[in-house]
Design a protein around this ligand. Structure first.
Ligand code: SF4
Length: 468
């Protein structure tokens, strides 16, 4: 049997795409292995967000091709954003690739691999690289057929591909193409299938999920297609939680804010990319909002949910960022009190408008600004976690932790919680009283009575033993 190892770089969309390719390959009789050294086929699912990410994957591919010396049938493929971004030019650097597959062609990977492997088995000359990078109409819908079969509690569901914005630092519109959304019915059907298989929580994925359905699905009763989708998912029996990432600030109109008030399954955790707290920098980044609007969105959301958890993306050291611009970012960062943040030091991304901007910020200044925000984030995160000590949190139990008899799950705010439990609780919503907090985790004890109610009988968990 051909053993395939898939290495994924980058974001959750890539994770999802790799999962999907793995599922298709399994269905075709391939074995997916965790050990790169044991694989006959290695596929690199690449990221183009930074030059550095591309260089890493190119280095890895260069290293892997040596495997052919000992295994002439070894197959090496590159998929995803870097394949799309660099196209055939990549073959100048990596002429030994067997397969180069773009972001709209993941579903064809098994066909391509079958062909390559057949040719190698026939022991003829090595076939030329298969290059499949074209746009494919409807490719966003082929994701439906990718579902992996493993039982799990939480699943990613891709609802759209592509992005029509043009942030000056970002390569995504080039690698993922124009916005293309799946029909509501197709997504609902997929989520129903997942729930039937034991999933209790879905995270809707897209480059800019709040643009879902724009231009193809009409607003209804003042509600955007994205809110209509959320309302449909709320109705699915057995589904306990709905999350999504990434939205765009400009997608937070009244209908979405009110969805947080009206939809009980929509978790009060929002990833709301800020990028910068300076209007001047937001303009330079071509982000279509200002800080006043951003603050208003945060206030509106806190008005419907005072305990709302916020996370964000920040870029420090964007070309031209002055001390004053950074101070403005730090102020918003402190004021919103983010629970989580992805802080990036700006690095030149070839092929984007910002790559040629003057006034690049020195590396040591970027580093200092990065460290300052990280320290702030740590303090804010610890403060939030400590405030949860003594409260009872609803935890969706995901599975065993690293220590014996310790289980993990997440509260609605996406905080990781560890507690004593048993397999029987996996997939259940369990109330846990929080006893201790660190920056990244919470530790607690399940409320036994409530577990009985939820589980419909005595729980096999023995929550009396407290562990740190
Ligand atoms: S909204 Fe901007 S940052 Fe996000 S994917 Fe689109 S272009 Fe990139």
């Amino acid at each position: 049997m051909n053993r395939v190892f898939i290495k994924t770089y980058g974001c959750q969309m890539n994770e999802r795409d790799s999962e999907a390719v793995a599922a298709l390959l399994r269905a075709r009789g391939y074995a997916i292995v965790d050990d790169e050294a044991a694989a006959d086929v290695v596929l690199l699912n690449t990221c183009s967000v930074r030059d550095q990410a591309e260089q890493k994957a190119i280095g890895k591919a260069g290293y892997l091709k040596r495997r052919r010396r000992t295994n002439p049938r070894f197959v090496l493929g590159v998929m995803g954003c870097m394949a799309q971004n660099r196209g055939r030019d990549l073959l100048d650097q990596l002429p030994d690739l067997d397969l180069l597959v773009g972001t709209q062609k993941f579903h064809l990977v098994p066909d391509h691999l079958d062909r390559i492997i057949e040719s190698l088995a026939a022991q003829g000359p090595r076939p030329a690289t298969i290059v499949d990078l074209a746009a494919e109409e409807g490719s966003q819908n082929t994701i439906r057929d990718h579902l992996p079969q493993e039982k799990r509690v939480s699943a990613f569901v891709s609802i759209m591909q592509g992005c029509n914005m043009s942030c000056t630092f970002c390569i995504v519109p080039k690698t993922r193409g124009e916005e293309r959304s799946r029909p509501i019915e197709a997504i609902v059907e997929e989520v129903e299938g997942l729930v039937a298989g034991g999933v209790r929580e879905v995270t809707l994925l897209g480059q800019i999920v709040t643009s879902y359905g724009r231009g193809t699905i009409p607003d209804r009763a003042g509600k955007s297609p994205f809110v209509q989708l959320l309302e449909r998912l709320e109705q699915i029996p057995g589904l306990a939680r709905i999350r999504f990432t990434s939205p765009h600030p400009r997608g937070f109109k009244r209908d979405l804010v009110e969805a947080y008030r009206d939809l009980s399954k929509l978790c009060e955790y929002i990833h709301l990319p800020l990028q910068s707290g300076s209007d001047r920098m937001l303009r330079a980044m071509n982000r279509p909002y200002n800080v006043t609007l951003y603050r208003r969105i945060v206030d509106d959301l806190r008005a419907v949910h005072p305990e709302m958890y916020f996370s964000t993306d920040i870029i420090v050291g964007f070309p031209g960022e002055t001390d004053d611009d950074f101070t403005a970012t730090r102020e918003v960062f402190r004021e919103v009190g983010y629970d989580m943040a992805y802080i990036f030091k700006y690095s030149i991304r070839t092929g984007t408008p910002a790559a040629t901007l003057p006034d690049q910020v020195p590396q040591e200044v970027k580093e200092a600004r990065n460290q300052e925000l990280l320290a702030l984030l740590e303090a804010q995160s610890l403060r939030r976690n400590q405030a949860l000590v003594g409260t009872v949190q609803e935890i969706l139990v995901e599975g065993p932790g690293r220590r014996p008899e310790r289980f993990t799950g997440r509260n609605r705010g996406n905080r990781v919680v560890h507690f004593p439990g048993s397999d029987r609780l996996i997939g259940r919503l369990v109330p846990v009283r929080i006893e201790r907090a660190t920056v990244s985790s919470l530790y607690g004890l399940p409320e036994v009575e409530a577990i009985h109610e939820i589980a419909g009988g005595p729980a096999s968990a023995e929550p009396a033993r407290h562990s740190a």
